[in-house]
Design a protein around this ligand. Structure first.
Ligand code: CAA
Length: 385
């Protein structure tokens, strides 16, 4: 029985900053951001948006009444949790009006947990093939104003339906997970911004990619030539290039050039949004499917990485008609509004603080379907508009 990704949808905020403008304000050569890091634009998050509103917005795009009836479980993968106890999946399930007889849970292991959610969902669907799992990877990547990580911030959510007889990607049985206790990036409970050993984190990422790919190749006997393309977790688009080049080792043959071209196609959307943490690999997959040379029957590789650290390499086979089961990301990105760096800084500082209560936000200015209206009695208040 084939099990895999049946439908995919993406949502981000409606505002962005231009990174050339940010570079000028920070006194940095814009080429460092657009070429050295490989980012052009970055999603800006108003205080009325968080992982719940973004996750619900993405999921809403793929739900129909029939799909909603088949759901057994909603899994939210995130490292931007809004509560230390209650799962964001419960808020999202409520906002979407899903049936109460649905399991709801949140998963964490930095940017990797989106892939853990996919693997758990596969297990659930294997047990009950007539049911589907809604998996949502939602995050807000925050490093702080004027930090080296600032250019690699971003925000958004990817929602995926995991089902039997999938329409997008049938996941193959072999996957290789690899984890080690590493301090490359973390966020203590009292912090709203990540702490990171940036250069070290890029080296660990490459190391984990090489390890998982090598073990996958050993187990399956497959070579790089067997992949039509590889989608990477993209904390910034240059990271994917660094990882791919580490295994191509200067090769310039047809296979190497094909993988390079497909990598470029997979980076299109991340360049415009920034790091989605858990959702980043899956936005990269959507970008490859919508902008690359992909035909049904192709095998795609997927490399997932989460600091701390955990990596996983797995693969899937593209299914007939896949293009009809993806939300229109290019259209959504084209509809965003550019804000100035000053506006971005104000919105960045206006996010709900860790110990703030009795806060009411002006939701009028936010045209998104779901908003965070504020917090009262230590309870977040969400609205559907
Ligand atoms: N023109 C073109 N390129 C330029 C340039 C210019 N004028 N000036 C600099 N560059 C290049 C540099 O040569 C460098 O390229 P290489 O890495 O290929 O050598 C690149 O721009 C970055 O410049 P720096 O080396 O000076 O790096 P930095 O100190 O600005 O920090 C960073 C870069 C480490 C990525 C930092 O942004 C950061 O810490 N980001 C957050 C951490 C992160 O994303 N880590 C990724 C792996 S961890 C992970 O994947 C999990 C996750 O999501 C967080």
């Amino acid at each position: 029985m084939k099990i895999g990704i049946d439908k995919m949808a993406f949502a981000s905020t409606d505002q962005y900053i231009d990174l050339t403008e940010l570079a000028e304000k920070r006194g940095v050569d814009p080429n460092k951001y657009t070429i050295g890091i490989g980012q052009d634009r970055q999603a800006v998050v108003p205080p009325t948006q968080d992982i719940v509103t973004l996750g619900a917005r993405a999921a809403q795009k793929l739900l129909t009444p029939e799909i909603a009836r088949q759901l057994s479980t909603v899994i939210v993968a995130t490292e931007s949790g809004i509560d230390n106890s209650k799962a964001s999946a419960i808020y999202i399930k409520h906002l979407l009006g899903l049936d109460d007889y649905v399991r709801t849970v949140e998963l964490k292991e930095a940017c990797y947990s989106g892939t853990a959610a996919v693997q758990f969902a596969r297990g659930l669907v294997t047990l009950n093939p007539q049911e589907s799992v809604l998996m949502i990877a939602a995050d807000i990547a925050r490093y702080g104003l004027n930090t080296p990580g600032e250019v690699t911030q971003g925000a958004g959510a990817v929602a995926m339906l995991i089902s039997a007889n999938p329409h997008v990607l049938a996941i193959e049985p072999t996957s290789v997970a690899y984890s080690r206790d590493v301090m490359d990036f973390w966020r203590p409970l009292y912090a709203t911004e990540a702490l990171v050993d940036g250069k070290y984190s890029t080296n660990v990422y490459i190391d984990f990619f090489k390890n998982t790919l090598a073990r996958y190749q050993q187990r399956t006997g497959r070579r790089l030539a067997d992949f039509a393309g590889i989608a990477f977790h993209l904390p910034f688009t240059k990271m994917g290039k660094k990882a791919l080049e580490a295994v191509l080792q200067g090769r310039n043959d047809e296979v190497a050039n094909r993988l390079r071209a497909q990598l470029t196609a997979s980076q299109t959307y991340s360049r415009q949004v920034g790091n989605l943490y858990t959702g980043s690999l899956y936005l990269s997959l959507m970008s490859l499917l919508q902008n690359g040379q992909v035909t049904p029957g192709d095998r795609l590789g997927l490399f997932s990485y989460g600091s701390g650290a955990e990596g996983e390499f797995y693969s899937g086979i593209v299914q007939p008609g896949f293009a009809n089961y993806l939300s229109d990301v290019a259209h959504d990105l084209a509809g965003r509004r550019q804000v100035t760096v000053a506006e971005y800084e104000q919105l960045f500082n206006g996010q709900l603080g860790m110990r703030e209560d009795d806060v009411q936000f002006d939701t009028q200015a936010d045209g998104a379907p779901f908003v965070l209206a504020g917090q009262k009695d230590h309870q977040r208040i969400y609205q559907r508009q």
